[in-house]
Design a protein around this ligand. Structure first.
Ligand code: ARG
Length: 302
């Protein structure tokens, strides 16, 4: 595959918007059960290393100017580090997760409670009561005015309707078919959420969903199988800087060629639980407007 060198126009196109993330330290991280094909409870995890790798990600976000809030970890909930799954927050609306597996169910009320206590930016915060199974940002990806939603392994299709009703946004349903790529956020990533530029691995989706993606996103970056299985698509992008799981070397080049600034993040210990950068990061899309106002105020009164 040829990689074209980005022109000035591509670089000029990419701009950072400050983000607000919620993350949870891997204090009690472990692989004690297997609810996805990556998890092997007989294989030991190195928790100090997991904590060091996770802390480096927090530092990388903060160094890039993003706000990171922390959720207190709970003993006995070894998957809490994958904070993306706990709740979905957009435009003042919060949809807490309703987990597919009983092992993770107790995480949802912890997230809901955090959102209840930290909704300072909104006049009338709405915390919804999830009806259908949904694993939040693991399966929901926010575009400029639409939402991409995965189903097939965790989030149920019915939850897509709930999300559309709740947010008033068009929700594009995508069917996942590869058990190793069991959440949308390991099969697809949004690189630019203002221009709806995405990257994905086509074979992770059913033929119908592949057609839908090709129709809606003709300029998408197509990732290789090797990069998808290295969790390469489990990225977080701020519009310009893209935090890419280490190991996805080709994807990193593709991302750079499209004018972004890829930063490689090594979360090898957290891969043992079946996740990487995005899985560990819940973005509070709800705080976007508030942040922009705050920034404008800062610009006019330095
Ligand atoms: N062990 C966790 C699970 O199977 C990993 C979750 C990964 N999170 C994600 N957003 N893909 O639920």
């Amino acid at each position: 595959m040829t990689i074209t060198v980005p022109g000035r126009a591509a670089f000029a196109l990419r701009r950072t918007r400050p983000r607000h993330f919620l993350m949870c330290p891997p204090t009690y991280f472990d692989v004690r059960y297997a609810i996805n094909p990556w998890m092997d409870p007989t294989f030991p995890v190195d928790r100090p290393l997991a904590l060091a790798q996770w802390s480096a990600l927090v530092e990388a976000y903060r160094a890039a100017g993003h706000r990171v809030d922390l959720l207190d970890p709970v003993p006995g909930l070894p998957d809490m580090v994958y904070a993306a799954n706990g709740a979905f927050a957009l435009d003042g609306i919060v949809l807490p997760a309703r987990f597919a597996y009983a092992e993770r169910a107790p995480e949802a009320p912890v997230h809901a409670e955090w959102h209840r206590r930290n909704r300072t930016g909104w006049a009338s915060p709405a915390i919804a009561e999830p009806v259908a199974t949904n694993e939040a940002e693991g399966d929901f990806a926010v575009l400029s005015d639409r939402i991409l939603a995965g189903h097939g392994f965790r989030t149920s299709r019915a939850a897509h309707g709930e999300l559309a009703a709740l947010t008033g946004r068009e929700v594009i349903s995508l069917e996942l078919v590869d058990p190793r790529l069991y959440h949308l956020d390991v099969a697809l990533t949004v690189l630019d959420d203002e221009r709806d530029h995405i990257a994905y691995f086509p074979d992770a989706f059913s033929p119908d969903s592949q057609r839908r993606l090709a129709d809606c996103f003709p300029d998408a970056i197509l990732a290789t199988e090797a990069d998808a299985y290295a969790f390469g698509l489990n990225c977080v992008s701020d519009g310009r800087t893209v935090f890419v799981p280490a190991g996805a070397a080709h994807l990193r080049m593709q991302i750079a060629a499209a004018g972004y600034r890829p930063v490689s993040i090594d979360l090898s210990e957290l891969a043992k639980g079946g996740g990487s950068v995005k899985c560990c990061t819940q973005e509070l899309h709800a705080f976007r407007g508030v942040q922009e106002v705050a920034l404008l105020a800062h610009d006019t009164h330095p």
